[in-house]
Design a protein around this ligand. Structure first.
Ligand SMILES: [Zn+2]
Length: 61
């Protein structure tokens, strides 16, 4: 994976993932955060949805 540099201060950004669960659905967000100024750049988002007999995985870029 390539390093992402903060456009504001030129520092290497951290890769963070964040999961959120609601009733039938789980959303995982990936983003980069600058440790110096706190700026965030969104990467991809994955949604997992459970129905009665299947699990749907959606990737949003
Ligand atoms: Zn920064």
């Amino acid at each position: 994976m390539n390093d992402v540099i903060c456009p504001r201060c030129g520092v290497k950004m951290e890769f963070i993932s964040e999961a959120e669960t609601t009733n039938q659905r789980k959303t995982i967000r990936y983003f980069y955060r600058c440790p110096a100024c706190g700026m965030k750049i969104a990467d991809s988002q994955i949604a997992l949805e459970k129905t009665e007999n299947e699990l749907i995985i959606r990737v949003q870029k």
